[in-house]
Design a protein. Sequence first.
Lengths: 417, 256
Amino acid sequence: MENCFFVDSEYLSPKALEKKHRLETDKSSRTNHMEYMEGMEIIESDVRENVISQMNSYNPDKYTAKDVLAALEHTTCSIEDFKALLSPAAEPFLERMAERARLETSRHFGNTVYLFTPIYIANYCENYCVYCGFNCYNHISRMKLNMEQIEHEMKVISDSGMEEILILTGESRSQSNVEYIGEACKLARKYFRMVGLEIYPVNTEEYAYLHQCGADYVTVFQETYDSDKYEQLHLLGHKRIYPYRFDAQERALRGGMRGVAFSALLGLSDFRKDALASALHVYYLQRKYPHAEMSLSCPRLRPIINNDKINPNDVRESKLCQILCAYRIFLPFVGITVSSRESAEFRNGIVKIAATKVSAGVSTGVGDHESKYTGKNDNSVQGDEQFEIDDSRSLDKMYKDIADEGLQPVLNDYLYV
Amino acid sequence: MNNDKLIIGAHEFNSRFILGSGKYSMKLIEAAVKDAGAEIITLAVRRANTKESESILDYIPDGVTLLPNTSGARTAEEAVRIARLARELGCGNFVKIEIMRDSKYLLPDNQETVKATEILAKEGFVVMPYMYPDLNTARDLVNAGAASVMPLASPIGSNKGLATKEFIQILIDEIDLPIIVDAGIGRPSQACEAMEMGAAAIMANTALATAGDLPMMAASFKNAIEAGRQAYLAGLGRVLTRGASASDPLTGFLRD
């Protein structure tokens, strides 16, 4: 499957191309992905060990219909129950799982659905993650917004009525340093009630700084929890360091962030094991930091610029639904976010069962909100998109659609204290 | 019954149903006021912190007292800041203190709650603290200046009813402030039972918000709470635990 990711840009120099090919084919040319790089903070934590040992011992095929039915009977879903619900044996019971999930969602969240939108302020990246549109060898239009441009974008988004924003960058410390991101957070606090971050992992004190600047939620996707697979997919850059990424949420909480979000990119590796590990990552951290708010996302692979061969074939919608129902039954209190990678039909359906937050008015490009929101095109330079989205509904349309489904759209339920 | 008022601070209320804030919608507010007769409606300040807030505040009918809560606070300090913000937003002087350091069960932190109560009562707030039913804490809350004490019946949103019944009874027996049962009331029968025990009022939200027919459930809660209150005022009759009482009095041998 790895081969569907490799694309050689004609713009690469022979030297760069040679390095790229060597990284792709010769493991010995790659650094040890378990060894911290200079400047990376190491924290004492047993969370990773707990998650990995559970994941490694998980055999989805060992579970039977009886285990699944027992899991659905139990008031409290144990780790073993959760493993059964994620297994192939649970597939015939999807409707029953959905019923139980809906009950848990309504108990903990009522009929509310939270809305947010992402803003990409830069797409420079120093990593070579073979499946990602922003990877450093992909030939795309790169861009970093200056503060004036960021403020303009934020105004456009804020005028649409949105109150929660998620600031994203490509993973380049040199192009988008922590101070740059901090300044963006300060601007965001002016226009939005709630500011989240999805940036490269940083150290505890840097998270504390970004928290002071106004950010209160940190999203880091581990992509895959399978260490060997992780090594084969993240060939270059700081993202290659698996344990530093894994501990990012814990550092963020120690830095004072209110909440953290998690996910694997489903489809990169065995999705059942990755779903198990994602949920257990939440589970063990919640036990250690009970005050923290936690949420799970559920991205599947999407086609990226210069590579339309990527497809999330093995994680079909029914499988994704099974995973989300299992998440909800195991972790009734966590937020579940479903991004615009998924279709409008899927998102309309899943908010009634398990999801509590959806994005709207989404662009994964850089600096193109005005043209996307208003149709106004001033011929300014825009940065290319990270991946293709499926559901392009505006905030107004999403708000109305959710209300029409008998649910309650919520723009903000948060205070910075 | 007409003179039977619920008194919180210096304020009098006829209704003993308070709408909680967990799951908020205009339809719910309407049903709570019209069908359940609520005179106090809780509003999460964090939820009111929105561009839509005007519409939420506008929707609160005249004569209804707004009870802003501090949900989202993890410490006394954060609760105090949220309460002050509520006052600035024009939500009045009432405040329900909610301090949670646990995102899974949302159980209140009693120690921090006492601290916040003391600070806010001194600032002139009518403080209604949400707490885990513990007698010592309840006494501390009285001393800190609380206007009522709001013990939880079972974990919030769980609809599990009076799991902490024995401990709530102790608070009712020992504490001179109104004891308002908050969180976990899932059915009108449970609300009725708490009122029979002598609770001063019931706060509920999820039980209504997740009901099939919202207005009908709201009305049902109203009736249940009134029935329970009447029973309490009437004085419950004997409850025979085992067989009939002895036909000859046990003390019949006494000569004077």
